[in-house]
Ligand binder design. Structure first.
Ligand code: BES
Ligand code: MN
Ligand code: MN
Length: 458
């Protein structure tokens, strides 16, 4: 029996135990953005340390940071002529609110119809876990690995990864590898795998608009004092036109034009308006007319208001001019837009359009550049082979509209490319109530990673 077959057999024999271990990890509400959950985030990190240790990895440790811990582990005995693979994942999750929209509680993992429902099941505890289990299957099943492996697993991905961003340049030799592997994206469908070669970047900011220093009677003062919510709406209305083109001067200056070749590649993703309408429940599909749906969803920058807090929102009416309003906004970036430069353009433009009748304060909430992976590298070939074997179809190369900040940081500080080989599905409802992971993909994902290790290690 080959080592590969031994690893596959080990994974097959341990499926149920693996799933139970994942379920235990999903019980921990490791919501990185909620300060009151910091203890839970810490507990999840300890759980990951335990899982890596049990898997047979060495030098496993929890690395404290100013915020949430990193977890590291490695196995480096394949020899210097074998490649080194850095596997990244994140154990933090998005907030689960609103809780009452969940059919089963977000932190009580439940299996229904071949899906595992829980916050983090797909993004990203489930996908991180199957990578660990693939490595474990080799170590325990075959007693060795066909390459050197390092793990770095973070607890701040959902808040932009500030600690890891600092950690990478300061710990280059610890993390140095030939390539990184990340399972934190989705396939096209359960029968069509994908490899993601592009991610959008992000720039997030808050807008605080203040008018009078206390709420006013809207009859007594209406017409004399500007209303901060109206003023905010007016500002927001000048950020984009009706079809979604961003109106901030200079915003598109550095956007790398799409070549005909790339437009051809993007067109291969079989996705149309009807499908996205079904996925989202939106009454109509919308966006820049000059770009296709796939281009708009992965290769064009966007701007969105994520939330507005302000005014009277309780039951009944209240005739006021509120004193303040707060908005949370985010911009998705594409190559070669620079988050710092975009921050500056946003600041300049908003200060310019803000009326003097209100005070407008902009506070940056961090950013990450977009990334494009060179898909001619050998690891990409190994990933294609592994996916094609398990799913019976060649993966599609695609760009993803979401962001994974570490990918750009690996490129910048370690000169390292990342293979984005994800096993989520577009209807996993990540970041939403009723997040789920398609259980057959947990098993197939484990097998794919095992085959990837074999193909890349040689
Ligand atoms: N796993 C997602 C990225 C993603 C989104 C991949 C959609 C595939 C499809 C990741 O956990 C995520 O949500 N990232 C954040 C990053 C941000 C906080 C910097 C995002 O995209 O909003
Ligand atoms: Mn994720
Ligand atoms: Mn996420």
């Amino acid at each position: 029996m080959s080592n590969l077959d031994k690893a596959l057999a080990y994974a097959a024999a341990n499926q149920e135990a693996n799933l139970n271990e994942l379920i235990d990890l999903l019980r921990i509400p490791s919501v990185s953005t909620q300060p009151e959950r910091a203890k839970d985030v810490q507990a999840a990190a300890h759980q990951v340390v335990h899982i890596l240790t049990q898997a047979g990895l060495e030098n496993v440790r929890l690395i404290p940071t100013p915020l949430h811990p990193l977890v590291y582990g490695d196995w480096l005995h394949a020899g210097p002529d074998k490649p080194t693979l850095l596997i990244y994942g994140h154990y933090d999750v998005q907030p689960a609110e609103p809780f009452d929209a969940w059919e089963s509680p977000p932190f009580e993992p439940t299996i229904r119809d071949n899906y595992l429902y829980a916050r983090g099941s797909s993004d990203d505890k489930g996908q991180t876990h199957l990578n660990i289990k693939a490595v474990e299957a080799y170590l325990k099943g075959a007693g060795t690995l066909p390459l050197n492996v390092k793990f770095i697993i973070e607890g701040e991905e959902e808040i932009g990864g500030p600690s890891l961003e600092q950690f990478i340049p300061a710990n280059q030799s610890l993390l140095q590898a030939d390539v990184a592997l990340v399972s934190d994206t989705a396939m096209v469908s359960s029968s069509q795998p994908s490899l993601v070669y592009g991610l959008r970047g992000l720039y997030a900011f808050f807008l605080d608009v203040t008018g009078p220093d206390h709420d006013l009677h809207s009859g007594a003062y209406g017409g004399a004092v500007n209303n901060p919510i109206n003023a905010l709406a007016h500002i927001i209305s000048q950020l984009k036109d009706g079809e979604g083109k961003v109106l901030i001067p200079g915003f598109y200056d550095r956007v790398r034009p799409l070549s005909d070749e790339e437009r051809g590649l993007l067109a291969q993703y079989p996705r149309d308006d009807a499908r996205v309408q079904k996925e989202t429940g939106a009454p109509q599909i919308w966006g820049e007319a000059k770009f296709t749906l796939n281009e708009r969803m992965g290769a064009r920058p966007t701007l969105d208001v994520n939330g507005i807090i302000g005014g009277y929102t309780e039951v009944g009416t209240k005739n006021i001019i509120p004193s303040t309003v707060h908005a949370k906004l985010s911009i998705r970036l594409v190559p070669d837009q620079d988050p710092g430069e975009i921050a500056h353009l946003v600041q300049q433009y908003i200060q310019q359009i803000a009326p003097p009748s209100v005070k407008v304060q902009i506070s940056s909430r961090g950013g990450a550049p977009a990334s494009i992976t060179d898909f001619s590298i050998p690891a990409m070939q190994a990933a294609r082979q592994a996916l094609a074997h398990v799913f019976g179809r060649e993966p599609i190369l695609m760009r993803e509209g979401g962001s994974i900040p570490v990918v750009g940081a690996f490129q910048e500080h370690l000169g390292m490319e990342t293979i984005l080989m994800g096993f989520g599905l577009p209807d996993d409802r990540i970041h939403s109530p009723n997040e789920r992971f398609y259980l057959p993909n947990y098993t197939r994902g484990t097998e794919t990673v095992i085959r990837f290790l074999a193909a890349y290690g040689g």
